[in-house]
Design a protein around this ligand. Sequence first.
Ligand SMILES: Nc1ncnc2c1ncn2[C@@H]1O[C@H](COP(=O)(O)OP(=O)(O)OP(=O)(O)O)[C@@H](O)[C@H]1O
Ligand SMILES: [Mg+2]
Length: 340
Amino acid sequence: MLGKTIGIDFGSASTIMYVEGKGIVLDEPTMIAIDTETDIPIAIGNAAYTINGRTDDTISVVSPVKNGIISDYTNAEHILRYYFQRLCGNSIFKPNVILTVPSSATNLDKRTFLDVAMHAGAGRVCLVEESLASALGLGMESNTFSGQFIVNMGAGAVDVAVVTMGSLAVAKSLKVGGKSIDAAIQRYLRKERDILIGSQTAERLKICLGSAVPRKEEIAIMVGGKSSLDNMPISFEVTSTELFTCIRSQLDLIVGGIKSVLEITPPELVGDISENGIVITGGTSLLYGLKTLLESETGIEAHLAADPMYSCVSGAAAMVKDVDYLAQNGYAFKTLQELS
Ligand SMILES: Nc1ncnc2c1ncn2[C@@H]1O[C@H](COP(=O)(O)OP(=O)(O)OP(=O)(O)O)[C@@H](O)[C@H]1O
Ligand SMILES: [Mg+2]
């Protein structure tokens, strides 16, 4: 194939790109800042993240990928175009792109991913389910008969799938993840303590104090926000115990979704999963105690991926290095002409 081949994990929180021969060349927040009067982008990725929550209403900072799928076509295209230009410069050949998508993305969702990537400057695009990519990225035997259960817990979605013989036997994407946990923390502080905090502070609280099972010893930190009663700045203490209670409902949704996939999985594959265990990956898998919670709820051993933020893009990278794998497993690159 002419042109660079790029593997992309275009996630709700971060965009990670792998370029053939160069490795991971980009890992930035999936964010864009727009001038609200002109609709012109003024910052993308890290630069947009830095100003998020700190601007007046002439600038709007948005994340165009929500729950794992593209929700804002124009801004998603701006982001990809900017990165393609950065990576490919003035090359006359358009890049070939392997793009990971949620495992239960609808045909319309897939069509949007294809359209956006092509209009942003990709020459040929191949979509691959993120569970399959993650399995490959983690070095799992995705081509064997034995079923592998993989749970990719991201920021916008939790992708649950059973991989066997190089494809997905069962798959489900749950609209819950790191961002909905952050939002639950914001809601709790507003409702119970009359305190308003930004999404970045909520994320920091989750990472420092959050847990899926009660911590052995309570910990607490001081953070800043503002009072919703008089709008004045306030510095206050948050404890791990109160966070455990307030994020519980989000974790129940994740556990319920995982159990519902096990329920519809054929018995032979469930037998394999009991032996092989559950592999958990994605940034939210780093939440304290998640492995213990899943093991106690399902009775199946859980294994935490070593580098959970990178398992999906590592799988895309493996496919970039071995594009024959795609054809052998029924995946094809598409061009804009083939779409219309
Ligand atoms: N130590 C940690 N504890 C809990 N959550 C964490 C931790 N580190 C990162 N996260 C969360 O992981 C999420 C990012 O994970 P990831 O990069 O896998 O998401 P994504 O691929 O962009 O999203 P998606 O796949 O849902 O579209 C964020 O919500 C972040 O807050
Ligand atoms: Mg992801």
